[in-house]
Ligand binder design. Structure first.
Ligand code: ADP
Ligand code: GLC
Length: 478
């Protein structure tokens, strides 16, 4: 099959979160299964800087746009799949975050920028001769690619898939933007892209695609409820026969403690002393005070409400009072950044707080930490808990979305039959998180049981193959 993925991020060209990981590793897994895969993303300045000898695939004229849109091609590492980049300077040739300006406010022209991405994808479908290639399937990810499906002509024989990675980001713009974009007035309807008198990119994907997927079975159920449906639960219930959850995998080419180029010492489930050496090296690097037998806690992620950072901040004093070292890496909400930095300054030997995006350090944390904390308020899938389990770093998670689907919580039965891979809590409060952390610390002292939890997590199969096959089945379903 010829498969075109359309997204706003793909690792290593642009990454702010898990979307980028998925939009690199799913195509790679599909290519390994023998399919012809392209990933269309914007040619952000930072992405263009990473290109070595890019090839021009086509110069596209889009009506109403001054100048051509150039589509560049580059290879994807260790894969036959290709990345196509939408090169249009006024939209994408700028520094910084793909969605936000320096002050943390959404770029004013986001609707124009991501509509441009969508229109380029549509021209690949409508004008295959220009590109020398036509997809059988167009697989769009998140709101930035939501306007692809509504703009594809009905007579096109193509499968349209839309994957929701996070329903809380919807691409909502005022009616005036809809008008200025010059879109067909017919789209301005309840069964179109109108949402509470505004324009909704994500509705385009949900209403006009053949199938809607999300990244875990539990989240597929949750988004049909008023708690986590973000106002779209009615529409999603309406489309429930076309909605399914396919769990993300992890890319063992990038995330494997036995080959990871970012970490100090390689190890496997049979050579766990290597993990301890990473802990010693990293704690020294991060100037953390080491006391024997104290577990090292870690967190990596976007510092936003979704991730339950407020719960973490509330749980920290107790942890630090017990002398448990902590390492935090993240970037996001300036207020949360400030609070974490203040705690870091107050306890420099106990907690190392790094505000910023640092790929290498994120791998080092997975390798060095004993316990990974993920108190998400909601989590469509979550990749870090899977990276953690694969690195023998036991996750403490909230019971939500993909966290529920991937972590087997420690309980008398799961400890006895050695299926436990982590700890979980249901009550989304600092007390709930605190109780799960206490449970983990108690078991940490039981070396035999702890070793079993680590090994079970490390040997579970989180590979992409299974999920890639599930998507392929869906592409072929009626
Ligand atoms: P989300 O997509 O909601 O951010 P995921 O758990 O699916 O959450 O994926 C997050 C990805 O982004 C992981 O690969 C994680 O390591 C990475 N990541 C998040 N924040 C940072 C950061 N500050 N530095 C490096 N990597 C980060
Ligand atoms: C989103 C979600 C996260 C998921 C990722 C990749 O950013 O927040 O849970 O793992 O997409 O699908």
């Amino acid at each position: 099959m010829r498969i075109l993925h359309v997204a706003s991020e793909a690792y290593p060209f642009m990454k702010t979160g898990g979307l980028a990981d998925v939009c690199a590793s799913l195509p790679r897994a599909q290519a390994r299964l023998g399919h012809d895969v392209r990933v269309l993303i914007p040619a952000y300045r930072a992405a263009t800087a990473k290109l070595r000898a890019p090839k021009t695939i086509a110069d596209v004229q889009l009506s109403g746009l001054p100048g051509d849109v150039r589509v560049l091609e580059t290879g994807m590492q260790d894969s036959t799949s290709k990345v196509w980049l939408v090169d249009y300077g006024p939209a994408f040739d700028r520094d910084g975050n793909p969605y936000l300006d320096d002050t943390g406010i959404a770029w004013r022209d986001n609707a124009e920028r991501f509509l441009l991405l969508c229109r380029t994808a549509v021209s690949i479908v409508h004008e295959p001769a220009l590109f020398g290639w036509r997809p059988d399937v167009v697989h769009c990810h998140d709101w930035q690619a939501g306007m692809v499906a509504p703009l594809i002509d009905d007579d096109q024989d193509i499968v349209k898939i839309f994957t929701v990675h996070n329903l809380s980001y919807q691409g909502i713009f005022p009616r005036a933007t809809f008008t200025s974009l010059g879109l067909n007035e017919e789209l301005w309807a309840m069964d179109g892209i109108e949402y509470l008198d505004q324009m909704s990119f994500i509705k385009g994907g949900i209403v006009f695609s053949d199938w809607i997927t999300t990244v875990s079975p539990t989240y597929a159920r949750e988004i049909q409820t008023s708690e986590l449906g973000c106002g779209l639960e009615g529409l999603l219930q309406h489309r429930s026969d076309r909605l399914m959850g396919i769990l993300n995998g992890i890319d063992y080419d990038e995330w494997d403690p036995n080959t990871d180029p970012h970490i100090d010492y390689h190890y496997t489930a049979d050579t766990l002393h290597g993990k301890l050496r990473n802990k010693v090296a990293c704690m020294e690097r991060w100037s953390l005070h080491r006391s024997d037998n104290a577990p090292l806690f870690g967190f990596v992620g976007r510092l936003v409400e979704q991730k339950g950072i407020d719960l973490l901040i509330a749980a920290l004093p107790e942890l630090l009072a017990h002398g448990f070292p902590f390492v935090v890496l993240g970037t996001g909400d300036p207020e949360l950044e400030r609070k974490l930095q203040a705690i870091g300054r107050a306890h420099p030997e106990r907690i190392h707080v790094r505000i910023g995006y640092d790929e290498k350090m994120s791998h080092q944390i997975e390798a060095a930490a004993d316990i990974f904390v993920m108190p998400s308020r909601f989590e469509p899938c979550g990749l870090n808990q899977m990276y953690s389990m694969h690195y023998g770093t036991v996750p403490v998670v909230s019971q939500t979305g993909g966290l529920t689907d991937t972590v087997v919580p420690a309980a008398p039965q799961t400890l006895a039959d050695k299926t436990a891979t982590g700890f979980s809590f249901t009550e989304l409060t600092a007390e709930g998180l605190g109780a799960a952390i206490r449970q983990s610390v108690e078991l940490f002292d039981n070396k035999e049981r702890w070793g079993a939890i680590m090994r079970t997590g490390m040997t579970r199969d989180f590979s992409w193959r299974r999920s890639a096959l599930a998507y392929l089945d869906l592409y072929q379903a009626d």
